[in-house]
Write a protein that binds this ligand. Structure first.
Ligand SMILES: C[S@@+](CC[C@H](N)C(=O)[O-])C[C@H]1O[C@@H](n2cnc3c(N)ncnc32)[C@H](O)[C@@H]1O
Length: 311
């Protein structure tokens, strides 16, 4: 589908009553969720990558209190963290997308991933299978959440969360920060600092690329950098808002809040260097380095100080 048609359709839906639900149905029929099992397998892989980042930083999820920003439709990562032994996961979303049917569908799909979940956690497949079975056998969504130690809060803004200061070990988001306004990003980082325990960690996986390129193969992952802010407003929409912030700006916003970056990994999608060199970039982006412009995903970890750091 041509990206402009998608953009305009989402713009119309975002203004229509029931537009959010209709957009979800269209995603299931025509969009990235057409192959549900494949989409869930990709989310499990993203969780495994997150586990590797945490392991490399010497952080264990066993017994951890975790906060997820941006639950979305299918809470693969919260369920996987629970299966791995997290004490609890609070997951917040500004829009209440989660449904009971969606949760059961996801849980049934996860059965195929028991071996890989077991492998990354160091637990036996039997333990993971028993934990999953206990959750799947619950009679409804509320019971599933209760039995798994997941607290789902929606609508709730991650920039203003009802949690005690110094109460959470790990805060993470997956494919969320590229969708929040610049000011909201700062609010989220400051709120994270407040809620984290001293020494606690934030981990964000950010797809800072043009999401219209995910289904329109005729454009590059940096196509949106052609447009001035005024022109981009015509193509942007509130159902899938894209802030176009570059990788360095996500790191900077964490640092501005007082978090210390401890790890980062960036990726450049094939063809992006060629695209950026041959297109006219909007004035807003001309001050960025080429490395920053072409970065299409950034994953990073940042730590809250303990107060005992050597100065
Ligand atoms: C692209 S979805 C990603 C969902 C999920 N993390 C995943 O990987 O499938 C982004 C989600 O972030 C949520 N979101 C956006 N801004 C938010 C905010 N300020 N606070 C909480 N959730 C937010 C959206 O409503 C949406 O559900």
């Amino acid at each position: 589908m041509n990206w402009r048609i998608k953009g305009l359709t989402q713009k119309v839906l975002s203004a229509a009553p029931g537009g959010i639900v209709l957009n979800t149905r269209m995603q299931a029929a025509l969009g990235g969720l057409r192959n549900f099992d494949k989409a869930m397998a990709a989310k499990v892989d993203e969780w495994i990558l997150s586990m590797k980042y945490l392991e490399a930083a010497g952080i264990s999820v066993r017994g951890a209190r975790i906060l997820e920003i941006g639950t979305g439709w299918y809470p693969v990562l919260p369920i996987c963290f629970v299966l791995a032994g997290a004490e609890s996961v609070v997951t917040v979303d500004i829009v209440p997308h989660l449904t009971e049917a969606g949760m059961y569908r996801l849980l049934r799909t996860l059965e195929a991933h028991i071996p890989s979940i077991a492998e990354i956690t160091g637990l036996t497949p039997a333990i993971i299978s028993n934990r999953l079975e206990l959750i799947v056998n619950q009679p409804n969504l509320a019971a599933i959440l209760r039995s798994s130690g997941i607290e789902y809060r929606a609508p709730e803004d991650a920039g203003n969360i009802e949690l005690e200061p110094n109460s959470i070990d790990i805060i993470y988001s997956n494919s969320v920060l590229e969708h929040v306004h610049r000011k909201a990003l700062g609010d989220i980082m400051r709120e994270s600092l407040r809620i984290l325990k001293p020494g606690g960690i934030v981990m964000h996986n950010v797809a800072c690329n043009d999401h219209y390129a995910h289904f329109d193969k005729s454009i590059s992952y940096v196509n949106y950098l052609r447009y001035s802010e005024a022109k981009w407003r015509l193509w942007n929409n509130s159902l899938q808002f894209q802030n176009r912030l570059r990788a360095s700006e996500f790191l900077q916003s964490a640092q501005d809040a007082g978090l210390e970056i401890i790890a980062r990994r960036t990726h450049v999608s094939p063809g992006t260097h060629e695209a950026i060199r041959t297109m006219t970039i909007a004035p807003e982006f001309r001050g960025f380095s080429e490395a920053d412009l072409v970065t299409t995903t950034i994953d990073f970890l940042a730590r809250k100080g303990t107060g005992n750091e050597a100065s």
